[in-house]
Every structure is written in C-alpha cells, then in structure tokens.
Design a binder for this molecule. Structure first.
Ligand code: GLN
Length: 493
C-alpha cells in the first residue's frame, strides 16, 4: 500500500490532483487496497464497489486531462452507509431482509455525491436497520474498532466511522436517529455532524424513525466534514420534511476565527451525571478550558428533562419503526420465506418472512412499537412520549435564549468491548443518554475528537446548536481543532 497518499484528508487529495501529483485512479487504487488489507479484520463494508469505483476514477482523470469541469469532490473516495439507496450496488441495511435488494434509484445524497464526482467506494456495515449502538446487530458480521479490535466502533454507523478511522477513505456518510453518527465518531476518534432535521434530504434513506432520522457527514477534520455537508445539504421536493431554507456556506464557516463573542452553555446535568466516566468528564472539562482561555463566555445550564430522553426516544423510535418496517412483508420486495406452509398460506408467508428475515433487535423494536401504539396503550405510551418530547425541545429553546452553543459529552464512556452489552438491551440503550436529545428536538449536533483515554481509546466532545445553526457548530469546532491536536491522532496499524 502506498502510504504517501493522504487518504485521511479530502482537501489534500483534491489539492494533489489539481497540482497533477496524483490521479483519481491512483487514489482509488490506494483506497481499495487498504480496504482489501483490513476487510477481514475490521469488516467496515457490506459491499466494496471495485469496478464502479475504478470506472468513475478513470472518467475523472479523462475529463481532467481534457480540461473539462469537475465537481467539488472529484476523485475523493467516499463510503456510504448501507441504509442509503444506491442503484448500482446492493442496499441491505445489514439485514437478511434486504440481503439481495438493489434499489431502482439513488438517494438524493448519493445523487449529489455522484454530481460532485466523488468516487463511491462501497457500502458500510451498520446495526440492522440502524437499530443499535455497536454494529453488532448486523446480520453479516461485526465491525471492529480500528483503535483496538477487541472494541466496538459504536453504531449504528459503525462501518462508516471505522472506515475513516482505518484510513480507507477520508469521508463517509452516516445516519443519525438517536446518535448513530456522533457516537461512532466519538468511539473512532473522528468528527461527525448530525444536521438540523430537514437540512439533508431523507429521500432514499431507508426509514427507521422518520421524525428523527438525518443523514450527515463523517471525517477526521471539521473542514472535511464541512466539505461533505456542503455537497449533501439542500432542499429536496421529493422529501416532504425537507426544509426550503438557504444553506450557509459551511466551508467558510469551518475556517477557524475568534470565539470571543461566543456564549457556550456547559450542560451541568451531563457533566455531573453519575453514569459519566471520569476520563470523559476530564476531557469535557479540558475542552471547556480551551474555549474559556480563548475568551468565550462559559455559562452553566441545565436541561431539566434530559433524563427522560432515553425513555422518550425508546417509545417514539420503536413506534415509528414498527410502522415503517411493516412494508417488509415478503410480497413487495426483500426476503421471502419458502419454509413450512409459506407457499400455501399468505398469512404464513408474511409471518415466516418476517420471522426469518429480521434479527432479534429489530423484532424487539417492532414488538415494543406495536404494543405502545395499540388501543388502550397509545395514550399511556406514545402520546405521553410526544408530550415529553415537547418538554425536551422546550429545555433547548430556553437554553438557547442565553447561549449560542451547548457543550458536553457524546457518550457516557469510551468504546466498550465487543460482546460487553449485546445481551443487555437496556445497557445498550443507556449509551444514548447524551445524544437522543438533539434528535428529539431536531437540532444540529456535532461530535469532535477530545483526546484519548488511558487505554488509548478516543473520547468525543459534543456541541449542540439551535435549529439551522450548523455554521456555529462548525466555527466552534474549527476553532477547537486549531487549538488541539486530538483530530490528528491516528490508530496504529
Ligand atoms: N443507538 C440508538 C438506537 O439504537 C440510535 C440509533 C441511530 O441513531 N440510528 O436506536
């Protein structure tokens, strides 16, 4: 493998192609070779698009040589979470249910990547239908954390985070319903952004919980994160929840400037939370000090309903999932059972297809959601959860009257070991303590590297901002990365 090709920086790859030092084919070769060398040990991908990637790279080099215009990500390898529809590659959601599914269309964000001349390298492994926090719920295999292969990379976008951390590609796309971009970014020592709900189109994003799902960028640096955000965001008429609002220039926002005018709220209840690991607490405090020393105003704030976030999320998300996943019935598309009397009885075909096609966590969520939505329980669970969601949003609204940003942890602890929580769903759900609030409130949130633990595992710092204030997040994160070197640390190979 050619270590001189900087697969950890999209901006460098763009510069080196412009100066003629590297071709798109050379970059693509290096990316695919690095994947080939570690696919067995890390298993970041459900599908690697060898032929399509080379064809795209050759086309870019040809057009560059002919002096034709090229897109903003020309020749940059990008990995795409396998929850996003791609017409020339399987789209499985890491589920047996969609194992052989190849969609007839591209997700909007994939269309935008193609239009920007990115080289789509493949589809990344995830928890089945994005349900999980460790990528252990994939039907095809467990993804390992490149920092220490005994540990999970987080989830559900574990493959998307691991492929960047492993140095295969500089950019990847994840999706975040309750933390699935930020938590794996934190566990893998990279930067990840969950945009404002509606900022990035969900057209072609396979639905988990539609009122919470957002697609977002993952990369080492804030600048690369902004570059990918610039490519994928924007109004999309085919998504009825897409926001018709002008985008900021995220690339300009990601240039470090002064933070002296910035008022940063430090989330007291998170920092003092008894479930917070001491090393994470220390990292959060050092991040606060970086901003304080630079003249930002630091304000203590509380989010009084934050402890209701996990229970609220784990009612709303399964309710929406139970409805969204009813489309997998063995008849329309996806897995169809032929066992037992599935060939003779329609009802048996439905139930056997779902019994055999879905894994245990997906079944658990469908059952919880169906129960909570049923007559007699709807008011006690779903309606109650909607009310709690409103209170959680209210906490943020109140906080943002006094501050521009909130700072806190992403996760209660650094990455946990593979197998450690998989048999205890409640422990797994509690990992989402600090991330679900942003999804329930629809606000943007970013995870950035904040140092390494004693054991050498990355720790993430979370920034949250009011709706549509992605620029504020990027500006603050860019400043932080100009003052620290956490985002330049790499796992040893
Ligand atoms: N860990 C959360 C869950 O299991 C979040 C998943 C996500 O954001 N897709 O639902």
């Amino acid at each position: 493998m050619d270590h001189s090709i900087p697969l950890d920086s999209a901006r460098e790859l763009i510069r080196l192609q412009a100066s003629g030092e590297l071709s798109a084919v050379q970059i693509t070769e290096a990316s695919l070779e690095s994947i080939r060398l570690s696919q067995a040990s890390i298993y970041a991908f459900t599908h690697v698009a060898y032929d399509a990637a080379f064809a795209k790279a050759e086309d870019i080099d040809r057009r560059r040589a002919a002096g034709q215009p090229l897109g903003a990500l020309a020749g940059v390898p990008v990995a795409v979470k396998d929850v996003l529809c791609t017409r020339d590659m399987p789209t499985t959601c890491s589920s047996k249910m969609l194992q052989n599914f190849c969609p007839p269309y591209d997700a909007t964000v994939v269309e935008k990547l193609r239009a920007a001349d990115a080289v789509i390298i493949g589809k990344t492994n995830m928890d089945e239908f994005a349900m999980g926090a460790s990528t252990e719920n994939s039907a095809f295999g467990v993804t390992r954390n490149p920092w220490n292969k005994a540990y999970t990379p987080g989830g559900s976008s574990g493959g998307a985070a691991a492929t960047v951390a492993a140095g295969h590609v500089p950019l990847s796309l994840g999706s975040d319903t309750g933390g699935s971009i930020r938590q794996p970014a934190a566990f893998c020592g990279i930067t990840g952004l969950k945009p404002t709900y509606g900022r990035v189109s969900r057209y072609g994003l396979i639905a988990f919980a539609s009122s919470l799902d957002q697609v977002g960028p993952m990369a080492w640096s804030v600048q690369d994160t902004a570059l990918l955000m610039q490519t994928i965001s924007g109004f999309e008429p085919r998504d009825s929840t897409s926001l018709n609002r002008a985008d900021d220039d995220y690339i300009i926002a990601a240039q470090p400037t002064t933070v002296r005018q910035l008022r940063i709220g430090v989330i007291r209840d998170a920092i003092e939370h008894e479930g917070l690991d001491d090393e994470v607490r220390t990292a959060v405090k050092s991040a606060i000090a970086v901003f304080r020393n630079a003249g930002a105003t630091i304000v203590d704030i509380t989010l009084p309903h934050s402890n209701y976030g996990v229970p609220t999320y784990y009612v709303i998300a399964p309710c929406e999932a139970s409805s969204n996943l009813s489309r997998y019935d063995g008849a329309h598309y996806g897995y169809r059972s032929t066992s037992g009397d599935a060939a003779n009885s329609l009802v048996s075909m439905y139930s056997r297809s779902r019994a055999e096609g879905f894994g245990p966590e997906v079944k658990r969520r469908i059952m919880i959601g169906t129960y909570a939505l049923s007559t007699g329980y709807f008011d006690a669970y779903y309606l109650k959860a909607l009310k709690a969601r409103r209170l959680i949003r209210g906490d943020y609204d109140a906080a943002f009257e006094n501050v521009d940003l909130l700072l806190g942890p992403v996760t209660p602890s650094p990455a946990f070991r593979i197998g450690e929580k998989i048999d205890d769903p409640i422990q797994m759900y509690l990992c989402d303590l600090f991330t679900v609030g942003a999804n329930l409130a629809g606000i943007p949130a970013l995870s950035m590297p904040g140092g390494l633990s004693q054991a050498g595992l990355p720790i993430g710092i979370q920034l949250q901002a009011p709706p549509l204030a992605e620029s504020t997040l990027l500006r603050a994160a860019a400043f932080f990365q100009s003052q620290t070197d956490h985002h330049t640390k790499r796992p040893s190979r």
